[in-house]
Design a binder for this molecule. Structure first.
Ligand code: OOG
Ligand code: MG
Length: 254
């Protein structure tokens, strides 16, 4: 039987020391439910160090991501203030193990979400939407994992960059998404790839959070999940994501 606290310490130490570890499931199989217990225990370690939870992220909401990683279940993890990087800022990639970047959209909630929402209600609970990028960094060797491993590892969450907020959710249905590296398009997709419509990510986030008795306060971020596959992130790059009609967001690496 896996020990929740021991496993949480393993993924947390790996993140803090930028050192890859073996998959937890290689030693002992465990349930998805236990994986979420490990995730929560690892986040509590961050909270005890002074980090603040600022929202949640969904993973594997697009087929491109499921195919790239070989996992086909919707997952969710926590975002903290320590993960937030500035739009237009400089990100030091030496804090990561083998980082990747992916284009996303990020929602800001206007009301507390403490129950599963319907698709019709979702917009009423939102303040704004922004183009965003997520930096993911699996703590597992070779960026390979099972569903249970990636959930235990807080869904590879490592960093996020959020662009300017917009109030218009109508343009989100099928907006073109481009990830650019040094001016070259490296991933192209559509927001329609995110569960058919990114607002469905809010519905799923409300369902997943409620099923684990977690309420999201007003002012929380919800990252909807990448519209395209993720791209390897190296030092000395300029990275930009464009979501047509919504805006763009960028950062550089060192
Ligand atoms: C897991 C995280 C998936 C997304 O946007 O689909 C994710 C991973 O790919 O390592 O963040
Ligand atoms: Mg993501």
């Amino acid at each position: 039987m896996i020990d929740i606290e021991t496993a949480a310490r393993l993924v947390d130490d790996a993140a803090m020391s930028s050192t890859a570890i073996n998959q937890l499931t290689a030693v002992d199989a465990f349930s998805v439910q236990d994986a979420y217990r490990i995730q929560r225990a690892s986040i509590m370690r961050r909270v005890r160090r002074g980090e603040r939870r600022i929202g949640i992220k969904l993973g594997f909401t697009s087929r491109a991501k499921m195919v790239q990683m070989g996992v086909d279940s919707l997952i969710w993890g926590w975002l903290t203030n320590a993960m937030l990087e500035d739009d237009g800022g400089l990100v030091d990639v030496s804090q990561y193990i083998h980082p990747r970047v992916e284009p996303e959209v990020c929602f800001l909630t206007r009301r507390a979400i403490d129950r599963p929402l319907t698709a019709l209600e979702a917009k009423d609970f939102l303040e704004a939407v922004a183009p965003a990028m997520e930096i993911i960094d699996s703590r597992y060797r070779d960026f390979r994992f099972t569903l249970e491993d990636v959930v235990a590892d807080n869904c590879s969450s490592a960093g996020l960059v959020v662009g300017s907020w917009a109030k218009d959710f109508d343009g989100l249905r099928n907006a073109g998404v481009i990830l650019r590296m040094d001016g070259k398009d490296v991933q192209i997709g559509s927001t329609g790839a995110i569960l058919g419509h990114p607002l469905r990510a809010v519905v799923e986030a409300s369902r997943l959070a409620s099923s684990s008795e977690t309420a999201l306060p007003a002012g929380s971020l919800i990252m909807a999940g990448a519209a395209t596959a993720a791209h390897a992130l190296m030092p000395g790059k300029h990275v930009q994501a464009v979501v047509n009609g919504i805006g763009e967001v960028e950062f550089s690496t060192r």
